[in-house]
Design a protein around this ligand. Structure first.
Ligand code: HEC
Length: 265
């Protein structure tokens, strides 16, 4: 159990300009106290939701303990085991440790002494996380960006053209836009994919049929790399289906078979 508690102390708080009460409670455990493991009273950082469920509310697992995702969209899902949450059910989980179907949540989930206002603040915060996860996703388009500009921008644009020419995904096409309004940046994908390549010790060589133009030699390595990132993004968008979030794309970027895109030895 000690490692569980230790995990609660490590909170990667995203840099946000202003701290709302819901956010302070979620990230730092401010504004409530709790009882942990059926008796141990705790407050402050130790009971920050983020310490167990992640700063992005996406959930986590440690040994046999599973910390479920608790962003609002996940809690609201009709197919969620234990039933979908609403505000009242959320309050009951926090105060009484009960799921919507009446199941008792395991003791590793603290029981909170928490005001109605604090519950409302948490719900607002969790809803805000959802909005952020879908930033740039419209009914017909998805905005992405390439911070570095130049060769990377060109590579990503080539992948975007290809994706749109092939019909996009679920009625949506890709468009390039400023980072502030984008779902993600070419560099976000680059970090995940470049690490995968590094770990696998692979020198990336695109599959011949995926080259953006027959004149291979004309293309700068950075352009090709960004193009590869863009191809993975396109495939991830198809896998994520209608319900596109940044997490979903990143998950698929971690999982998709690289041989779909690269000539592997
Ligand atoms: C010490 C770790 C820990 C902390 C801190 C914590 N949780 Fe949990 N939480 C859990 C675990 C473990 C579960 C899974 C319980 C189960 O399924 O029986 C859980 C379950 C939940 C559930 C039920 C989800 C479901 O699938 O039914 C909700 C809602 C929830 N937590 C919200 C919060 C909120 C909000 C906070 C902060 C105010 C918080 N939790 C803080 C460990 C924690």
């Amino acid at each position: 159990m000690r490692s569980l508690i230790a995990a609660c102390l490590i909170v990667a708080a995203p840099a946000l300009a202003q701290t709302e009460p819901g956010q302070a409670l979620f990230l730092q455990g401010e504004g409530a106290s709790a009882v942990l493991f059926g008796g141990l009273r705790m407050s402050g950082q130790q009971i920050a939701c983020a310490g167990c469920h992640g700063a992005d509310a996406r959930g986590d697992a440690e040994g046999a303990t599973v910390f479920p995702p608790i962003d609002w969209a996940s809690l609201r899902r009709g197919d969620r085991a234990g039933g979908p949450y609403d505000r009242a059910a959320f309050a009951a989980a926090l105060r009484d440790g009960l799921a919507p179907d009446g199941r008792r949540l395991v003791d590793a989930m603290p029981r909170y002494e928490i005001t109605d206002d604090a519950i409302d603040g948490l719900v607002r915060f969790l809803q805000g996380i959802d909005a952020d996860q879908r930033r740039g996703v419209g009914p017909r388009s998805i905005h992405i960006s390439a911070r570095a500009g130049g060769d990377a921008l060109r590579g990503l644009s080539l992948a975007v053209d290809r994706f749109n020419r092939d019909g996009g995904a679920f009625g949506r096409s890709l468009t390039m836009g400023p980072r502030e309004t984008s779902l993600l940046d070419e560099e976000d994908l680059g970090r995940i994919l470049d690490l995968r390549l590094e770990r696998a010790g692979i020198k990336p060589v695109l599959r011949a049929e995926l080259y953006p133009s027959p004149a291979r030699a004309d293309t700068h390595p950075r352009t090709l790399r960004a193009y590869f990132h863009g191809l993975v993004l396109g495939q991830a968008l198809i896998e994520c289906g209608r319900d596109v979030t940044r997490h979903c794309i990143e998950d698929h970027a971690r999982k998709l078979r690289l041989s779909m895109f690269l000539d592997l030895p």
